[in-house]
Write a protein that binds this ligand. Structure first.
Ligand code: PMP
Ligand code: GLU
Length: 421
């Protein structure tokens, strides 16, 4: 029997109703309901949407190298495909990549992680999620040095633990000191988490600063340190120092790194950790149930990249160093903006609190989010509010962009800030 169009429509309505009912917000987990959307990815999405409307948007919101992956790495991936690297790999990664990472840690960082202590994942983001899910229980605390990368806070919360934030400001170039760290530590602290070079500020902790900070936890052998070193190769001043090289942290430091930034491989989704073996084993167990491991031919190319030297990485770093000078000079021309001096990564994190309370017509800029909204809507430049990184009153600008884009973006920001009353 043929159903009448009316019956079909009513059936579809019922189904829609049922599926709407089943997917109503009450059925989404508290975990997700309590989670903030990634502000960096959100701003990048808004910029894309405005562009799709035909607006000439300059996107300085996303922390992503504007360089393409170097050709020799792409060639290695193509060869790996042709050679049949198209199957699952062991969960923690291809043995040859784990060995290359272990060698890299020795060579570049004075860190002695054996290949068994390495876990390769789908981006450093997953490495951090594996770690939090492996180490944290509800009630535990993680001390996070702010400004921090957006996802630290939410990943820690996702595991049921409590992020404890150490706040800093531009007066110390956004670096924390041992007293602040000490004040944040309790008997519930499980680990300390920070990035150096830092996303979002570009600040780099020196060896002396890290040694002084770590003295605070020397005798607290139950506290681990998670050092996110994904911007290691984008360091304009001194040689990178890994906190795990401090002798008494040998069995307590977890070093997070990846291929996204130094090798311009964001879309390849490859990150890794070096960790005490018991931590690595826990991460492997989780990864075995959640993703099975990272992409096979990408891993093969990554092993090649690590052994092939840093020539392209250094060229990219030198370009970022020049752009840093350019953007600092241009931002310093804007009256009211206090500009920090980033010594690594490709971000700058100016203090814009002088603009809070100013008006554009009826629109009052009452915080850093309003500031970024105004700049996006009027100047068509996408940047990220500092509050997303635990530091309101500031903004993050990614200068992984061409000189022309940087010049035009700063010109527009200046022009629109001068219109405020
Ligand atoms: N840590 C920091 C500090 C970052 O900026 C990023 C950027 N996405 C990541 C981790 C994660 O990188 P990925 O997942 O691309 O390896
Ligand atoms: N790490 C980059 C950023 O901070 C990429 C986006 C993301 O993964 O959050 O913008």
């Amino acid at each position: 029997m043929l159903l009448s169009p009316y019956i079909i429509a009513s059936f579809i309505n019922q189904r829609l109703h049922i599926s709407f009912h089943m997917k109503s917000t009450t059925s989404i987990s508290d975990r997700v309901l309590n989670m903030q959307e990634s502000a960096t990815l959100k701003m990048a999405g808004l910029a894309r949407a405005l562009r799709a409307e035909g607006k000439n948007v300059i996107n300085l919101s996303l922390g992503e190298p504007d360089f393409d992956t170097p050709d020799h790495i792409k060639e290695a991936a193509k060869k790996a495909l042709d050679d049949g690297f198209t199957k699952y790999t062991p969960v923690p990664g291809l043995p040859e990549l784990r060995k290359a990472i272990s060698d890299k840690f020795k060579r570049d960082n004075n860190l002695a992680y054996s290949a068994d202590q390495i876990v390769v994942s789908n981006g450093a983001k997953q490495s951090l999620a594996n770690l939090s899910l492996s180490l944290l229980n509800p009630g535990d605390e993680v001390v996070i040095l702010a400004p921090y990368w957006v996802s630290y806070y939410e990943i820690v919360k996702l595991s049921g633990a409590k992020p404890v934030i150490v706040t800093t400001d531009i007066s110390t170039n956004f670096k924390a000191n041992p007293e602040q760290l000490e004040a944040a530590i309790t008997d519930k602290t499980r680990f300390i988490l920070f990035s150096s070079p830092c996303n979002p500020t570009g600040s780099v902790y020196t060896q002396a600063e890290l040694e002084a900070m770590m003295e605070v936890i020397r005798d607290r052998e139950d506290i681990l340190v998670v050092a996110d070193e994904i911007y290691e190769y984008i360091n304009f001043e001194e040689k990178h120092f890994s906190v795990g090289a401090i002798p008494f942290l040998k069995n307590r430091a977890i070093t997070v790194n990846g291929f996204s930034k130094g090798f311009a491989m964001t879309g390849w989704r490859l990150g890794y950790i070096g960790a005490p073996e018991w931590v690595a084993k826990a991460c492997i167990k989780i990864q075995g149930q959640v993703t099975s491991g990272a992409n096979a031919f990408a891993q093969k190319a990554a092993a090649y990249a690590l052994n092939a030297g840093l020539e392209s990485t250094v060229i990219m770093k030198e370009a970022y160093a020049k752009r840093k000078i350019l953007i600092m000079d241009l931002l310093n021309e804007i009256e009211g903006m206090i500009v920090n001096d980033p010594t690594g990564a490709f971000y700058i994190f100016p203090d814009i609190s002088a603009f809070i309370g100013k008006k554009a017509g009826d629109f009052i800029i009452s915080n850093d989010v309003d500031f970024c909204t105004y700049i996006l809507n009027e100047a068509h430049v996408a940047i990220v509010p500092g509050s997303a990184f635990g530091c309101s009153g500031c903004i993050r600008i990614s200068y992984a962009a061409s000189d022309e884009e940087i010049k035009e973006a700063c010109h527009r920001i200046k022009t629109y800030l001068e219109k405020l009353t």
